[in-house]
Design a protein around this ligand. Structure first.
Ligand SMILES: Cc1cc2nc3c(=O)[nH]c(=O)nc-3n(C[C@H](O)[C@H](O)[C@H](O)COP(=O)(O)OP(=O)(O)OC[C@H]3O[C@@H](n4cnc5c(N)ncnc54)[C@H](O)[C@@H]3O)c2cc1C
Ligand code: FES
Length: 288
């Protein structure tokens, strides 16, 4: 596609602004509020872990949605969508065969080369597992390239747990090598069957076997989680430069033009949503 200069002199790249039509292949209810979508794009997306797409339905609207699968060579995209408002209510009613618009991939994402030879701890709350799955999948797939993986995954009740079968299978597949540890927690069991722990995602951090010099940590969850998790990590001597935070802000354009997503001077849609904590920790608006 050609790049066209706009009136302001800025370059207009149609690829960034115009949605590509994509076909839904599968929609599965994961919880009462979240659905899993498998979508076929016209071409492979070519994304990095931690990036997002702008997802639209013609005549309804558009919203940023995290890519929930690791980088792949085919044209398949996986998303988890929580019913929150007008657009996501409509998306939840769509069936296989219907289409959505996709722009992107956008955002910085994770640079996998920084994770080479490192032990990785992923700490997620609720829907935060959806984006971090895009990091966990490639880490699991290449044991020779990456070190040990620990996932601490928390949600409010057993009924709200995402990717439950997959969490079990990650643990099972790697049990013999001891390479993968999955710690599942709920705030409360709600009298439902539960074979994980009860408590907050901060609780297991004190007991993790961590080498601060070869451990990277990735966090994604509700804003309230970050401050307390980071305090626990710092108590374990993990430096801010080894912590990645996934910070979501309201977005419009997704391409650094509208200013809706700013965290102080940083444009979350371009420099984030994944930030190294030492680069944003000092910003007043970062952990709000
Ligand atoms: C980088 C990024 C990645 C995201 N990934 C996902 C994802 O993987 N799955 C998913 O379900 N949602 C994700 N979201 C959130 C999603 O974009 C919003 O919920 C979106 O507004 C839904 O559109 P809607 O029209 O259905 O709801 P709206 O009518 O736009 O909003 C519904 C409610 O959510 C509030 N809201 C909207 N956006 C945000 C926000 N960024 N932070 C806090 N509150 C907000 C609104 O104020 C309103 O109360 C992501 C957001 C960002 C910025
Ligand atoms: S969403 Fe428009 S500048 Fe980031």
């Amino acid at each position: 596609m050609n790049m066209m200069p706009t009136e302001s002199g800025k370059v207009f790249d149609p690829k960034l602004h115009l949605p590509r039509m994509a076909q839904i292949l599968e929609v599965t209810a994961m919880t009462a509020r979240e659905k899993y979508f498998r979508i076929a794009l016209p071409q492979p997306l070519g994304h990095r872990p931690g990036q997002f797409v702008m997802l639209s339905r013609l005549g309804i609207g558009e919203a940023p949605i995290s890519i929930s699968c690791g980088p792949r060579n085919d044209n398949i995209l996986e998303l988890v969508i929580r019913k929150a408002g007008r657009l996501t209510r409509v998306l939840h009613r769509l069936k296989p065969g219907q289409s959505v618009g996709i722009r992107g991939p956008f955002g910085s994402g994770f640079d996998l080369s920084a994770f080479e030879g490192q032990d990785v701890v992923c700490i997620v709350g609720g829907l935060g597992l959806a984006p971090l799955r895009s990091l966990i999948q490639p880490l699991l797939a290449q044991p020779q390239r990456f070190g040990r993986i620990t996932l601490i995954s928390g949600c409010r009740t057993p009924a709200e747990e995402l990717y439950r079968d997959e969490l079990h299978s990650w643990e099972r597949m790697h049990r013999e090598s001891g390479r993968v540890t999955v710690i599942r927690l709920v705030d409360k069991t709600d009298n439902l069957p539960w074979n994980g722990q009860v408590g907050l995602v901060t609780a297991p951090i004190a007991d993790l076997a961590l080498n601060p010099e070869r451990t990277l940590v990735a966090l994604c969850g509700p804003p309230v989680m970050y401050k307390f998790v980071i305090m626990e990590l710092m108590a374990r001597n993990i430096p801010a430069s080894r912590i990645y935070v996934d910070l979501e802000r309201r977005m419009r354009c997704g391409v650094g033009r509208c200013g809706h997503c700013q965290i102080n001077h940083a444009y979350c849609c371009q420099e984030g949503p994944v930030f190294r904590f030492d680069r944003v920790g000092h910003l007043q608006e970062a952990l709000q």
